[in-house]
Write a protein that binds this ligand. Sequence first.
Ligand code: PBG
Length: 343
Amino acid sequence: MTAPFKLNTNPDIDRITERRRLRRNRRTDWSRRLVRETTLTIDDLIWPIFLIDGDNRREAVDSMPGVERLTIDQAVRDAERAASLGIPVISLFPYTDPTLRDADGSEALNSGNLVCQAARAIKSAVPDIGIMIDVALDPYTSHGHDGLLDGETIVNDATVAVLVRQALVQAEAGADIIGPSDMMDGRVGAIREALDAGAFTDVQIMAYTAKYASAFYGPFRDAVGSNTTLVGDKRTYQMNPANTEEALREAERDIAEGADMIMVKPGMPYLDIVWRLKECFGMPTFAYQVSGEYAMISAAAQNGWIDGDRAMMESLMAFKRAGADGILTYFAPKVAERLNTAG
Ligand code: PBG
């Protein structure tokens, strides 16, 4: 990574500075390309997609301009688009019909639920794209939490037992990557063990390792309908935005429990965490540019306050510079199109 940087205390510093003009390398386009340190490619992108029940429908998510909830037939079309653009992975998130939500999130265990049906349809139509699915109960619970409630407490171990079953149902439907986003203790190890015992040894786990209790998830909760259901907040299981060392401990555990890849979420306000995790563990490390980040860039662009395309590219480059191997981003198809035409 970086070479150690020593302050120059040489008394001839002025004369030396004269010889080291940093702007020389920036003068021409070819030279800027020659000395660039970081590259963003289509291979770095994971595209999160929202699903709804029904046929042939695309429904706008108001708080995320340009993002839609898709019925399965339309999701298959977007998966085809993703594959033809060269995007390696799509990630599926269901808007569960409110009548199917209950206190235990039991719809999560239904192998015929929306996300499983979508995974099957996409797998058979677009076999070469990677499919990732979130493991957590929030799109399925009547209270909007990621786990089971006992009074006001989210219970850990009983939740993990349900998450394990949810992961198996998803693997059986064709998920290539399981993404535990619930932040319960011990869930990665429990899921890994169950996947291996269930003959899903090759299914990967991308752990939401450092997932913070963030205000930037607002538009996502709008998209999956958990903004109206959520009671209270998620601070007893998602991390305190003030903490770094704790993220290292989370990563240590997830890796020991068998995570293939780790993730930091949200993205841009947490680039220091991406950097620390990558530096400490050298694991495939991902960042989630979450819904609120997407909404901020898109809204400012719509108002003409920033150049949206440039802000999009700059924000994604920043993740790579911070050491991320890839980014989950709602901009994925737009970026891929841009990178394709740029050649
Ligand atoms: C579910 C989940 C959330 C996101 C991804 N998976 C929301 C939450 O934890 O409340 C947020 C993604 C985004 O904001 O784009 N556990």
